[in-house]
Ligand binder design. Structure first.
Ligand code: UT7
Length: 331
């Protein structure tokens, strides 16, 4: 069987910064509450730079990932875009990225798996590569979350930010000895669909003149319930991939989890029993960017030398659907 290795990564976040102090002026909240309960200090927002949209952020992240992989756009044979905030309901954002970058007429698809979207994409790319169908697959996680955020709801608006991250997943060579995506685990349960959702704007409850201004057009979340489930299922998903690959938590060089809340990350760390310096977190700078959070963190960790070729990395994520999953990979 072919191995599938992460050959290059990239990320893009908008320049505009929304701080906790800015949010104090918009809703009844405080820097102290936000930092204590979530770990977030600031987040990046497309506000004022909407012209590039999600597809623009995704394109920038993807360009860097392709370059980092030492490839050119023409080498990419499939684009998998994970997002819940596409530029349009039709067409898929993957088609916009393909066109922007001058990628050929290849397989283009979007995946809707919320915060777990990038890990779903990674798993699909691995399947494409290991079965011999493609050699180089571009996987992107990107969100324009502030476009679905209700800035009158303090329980959610302090959490979300915008951004995109990308990875090129390629067929490994014999010389890539031991590198590659070693195991993935994907799961979900639709019984929890109302815990994190956008009630309006789909084909079941389409926008009308009467409802288009209602809060239902924004994301709704039962944070407390999600918190409990996230800790349990992210840890469970992590154990699944460790078991599949025959590894122990002590083998992991770095856990790069979904960045939803520093308390969730800390609870996960304790469950896995890994030391603090083996868990990567950048939630203070970006907040929760849903499907973008893992690839942004992975790219940052690679570029700053926190992880390097040969590092064993575990990523695990959880989000709306509810869907969750994990991946274990040697860089
Ligand atoms: O990305 C994947 C999915 N999302 C997540 O994984 C998020 C999971 N959930 C969380 O991260 C946390 O539940 C939150 C950060 C959303 C909330 O933290 P919490 O500790 O669970 O707070 P809570 O919802 O239990 O609320 C505690 C109090 C409430 O006041 P009362 O009822 O105790 O008087 C809230 O009204 O905090 C209040 N509150 C706030 N106060 C100041 C909620 N949001 C705010 C706020 N500023 N922004």
């Amino acid at each position: 069987m072919n191995s599938a290795i992460i050959k290059g990564t990239g990320h893009y976040t908008p320049e505009h910064i929304l701080t906790n102090a800015d949010l104090e002026k918009i809703v009844d909240t405080s820097d102290e509450w936000i930092q204590t309960r979530t770990g977030i200090q600031e987040r990046r927002v497309l506000n004022g730079h909407n012209d590039i949209g999600l597809s623009g952020m995704a394109t920038n992240a993807a360009r860097d990932a392709i370059d980092d992989a030492g490839l050119e756009p023409k080498d990419i044979e499939a684009v998998i875009m994970a997002t819940v905030t596409p530029d349009y309901r039709l067409p898929a954002t993957a088609t916009l990225v393909q066109h922007n970058l001058g990628i050929g007429r290849v397989a283009l698809m979007d995946i809707v798996a919320a915060c777990t979207g990038f890990l779903y994409g990674l798993s699909v790319s691995r399947a494409f590569i290991t079965c011999g169908m493609y050699k180089n697959v571009l996987v992107i996680g990107g969100e324009h979350l502030t476009s679905i955020t209700n800035y009158e709801d303090r329980t959610t608006c302090v959490l979300f930010g915008d951004g995109a991250g990308a990875a090129v997943v390629s067929r490994g060579e014999p010389s890539d000895n031991g590198r590659g995506i070693l195991a993935t685990y994907l799961a979900g349960d639709g019984q929890y669909k109302d815990l994190l959702h956008i009630p309006l704007g789909g084909s079941k409850n389409p926008f009308t003149n009467d409802n288009a201004h209602l809060p239902g057009r924004h994301v709704h979340m039962d944070g407390r319930e999600i918190f409990k489930l996230a800790v349990k299922e992210m840890a469970d998903a992590a154990e699944h991939v460790l078991e599949q690959a025959g590894c122990k938590p002590s083998d992991i060089d770095m856990v790069i989890p979904h960045q939803a809340n520093h308390r969730i990350i800390e609870a996960l760390r304790r469950r896995l029993n890994v030391p603090e310096d083996r868990v990567y977190s950048n939630i203070q700078s970006y907040g929760n960017t849903s499907s973008a959070s893992v690839p942004i963190a992975l790219d940052e960790a690679r570029r700053t030398g926190v992880v390097k070729e040969g590092s064993l990395v575990l990523s695990t994520a959880f989000g709306g659907g509810l869907v969750w999953g994990s991946a274990l990979y040697r860089l």
